[in-house]
Design a protein around this ligand. Structure first.
Ligand SMILES: Nc1nc2c(ncn2[C@@H]2O[C@H](COP(=O)(O)OP(=O)(O)OP(=O)(O)O)[C@@H](O)[C@H]2O)c(=O)[nH]1
Ligand SMILES: [Zn+2]
Ligand SMILES: [Zn+2]
Length: 264
C-alpha cells in the first residue's frame, strides 16, 4: 500500500477527521495538521525513494538482458488484457514474450494470458492499488525471462498511484477507452505526463458514445506534448498493425542503443 493516495489504512487514519473532514479545507488553524502532513510527506518520500532504488536495479537487469519492459497503465476495464490476448499470438513467433500480471485479488487475467502460451507471473497486490519496483523485481526472477524478450507488465487498473511508481520499465503506455470520456488526460494529468504512448482503445464504439478523438488527443498533448498516440479496437482488430509496428520499432531501438553503447 502506497500511503500516497490514502489507500494505506494506517496512514489515511492520520487524516480521518470524521464528519468534519467533509468540508475540511485546511485553511483554518489546526494545531496538529502541519505536523501530520509533514509526517505523511516524509513517509511518501521514503516509500518513493526506496522504490526508485529497486527500479534502478530492474532497469539495469532489463538493459543487460535486452528486455523491452512495457508498463501498461489504465483505469479498470480499458482493455489491457484483451490487447495482450491479441498481441501475443500475433507476435510470439517473432519475439520472446513474457507477462507480469498485477491484480488486487484474482488471477483471472493471468489465466487468460497463460492460455496464450507465454510465461506469466501473477502479483496480487491485495489492498494495494499499484505495482511497485520491488514486486516486479521478484516476479522477474520467477519468470527466468530469456534475452531479447518483450516483457509486458499489466499494472493494477488505476489512473492515479501507478503513475508515481517507476518499475524500471523502458516505456509507460497509458490505455484509455472511448467509453471513459475525453477529459481523462486533464483529470489525471500525472498519468498522461509520465506516459510515452497513449492508446485510445474501443474505437469500434465511437458511433455509440460521445467521444471526440481529436479533442482527447489535444487534451493529452496539453499535458505532454511528446506523447505518442495510437487509436485501435482490440476486439474488432482495428489499428492493431500500428501498435505492432510501434512494438517492433521499440524493440529495434533497444538493440541499436545497446549496439552503440558496447561499441566503445
Ligand atoms: N467494444 C470493445 N470492447 C472491448 C475492447 N477491448 C476490450 N473490450 C472489453 O472491455 C472489457 C474489459 O476488458 P479487459 O481486457 O478485461 O480490461 P482490463 O484493462 O484488462 O481490465 P482490468 O484488468 O480489470 O483493469 C471486456 O469486456 C472486453 O471484451 C474493444 O476494443 N472494443
Ligand atoms: Zn495508492
Ligand atoms: Zn486486465
Amino acid at each position: 500500500m502506497c500511503g500516497i493516495c490514502g489507500c494505506n489504512d494506517q496512514e489515511s487514519a492520520l487524516h480521518d477527521h470524521g464528519k468534519e473532514s467533509l468540508d475540511h479545507k485546511h485553511s483554518h488553524a489546526h494545531s496538529h495538521d502541519s505536523h501530520e502532513e509533514n509526517r505523511l510527506f516524509l513517509i511518501e518520500q521514503d516509500i518513493l525513494s526506496k522504490n526508485n532504488k529497486f527500479a534502478e536495479d530492474n532497469r539495469r537487469y532489463f538493459s543487460g538482458q535486452k528486455i523491452l519492459a512495457l508498463n501498461l497503465l489504465s483505469s479498470p476495464g480499458s482493455g489491457k488484457t484483451t490487447l495482450l490476448e491479441k498481441t501475443i499470438p500475433a507476435l510470439k513467433n517473432q519475439f520472446n514474450i513474457a507477462v507480469i500480471e498485477g491484480d488486487q485479488q484474482t488471477d483471472c487475467d493471468a489465466e487468460r494470458i497463460k492460455a496464450t502460451g507465454v510465461p506469466v507471473v501473477q502479483i496480487n497486490t491485495g489492498k494495494g492499488c499499484h505495482l511497485d519496483a520491488h514486486q516486479v523485481g521478484h516476479a522477474t526472477q520467477k519468470l527466468t525471462v530469456e534475452d531479447k524478450t518483450i516483457l509486458f507488465i499489466e499494472n493494477v487498473g488505476n489512473l492515479v498511484c501507478p503513475s508515481l511508481f517507476d518499475l524500471g520499465e523502458s516505456q509507460k503506455i497509458v490505455i484509455l477507452s472511448v467509453t471513459e470520456g475525453v477529459d481523462k488526460p486533464l483529470k489525471y494529468p500525472d498519468m498522461f505526463y509520465v506516459a510515452n504512448l497513449m492508446i485510445i482503445n474501443k474505437i469500434d464504439l465511437l458511433e455509440y458514445v460521445d467521444f471526440n478523438v481529436e479533442k482527447c488527443i489535444e487534451y493529452a498533448h496539453r499535458i505532454n506534448p511528446d506523447l505518442q498516440v495510437i487509436t485501435l479496437s482490440a476486439t474488432k482488430n482495428k489499428g492493431l498493425e500500428n501498435w505492432y509496428e510501434w512494438l517492433m520499432n521499440e524493440h529495434k531501438k533497444l538493440f541499436s542503443v545497446h549496439h552503440h553503447s558496447t561499441a566503445f
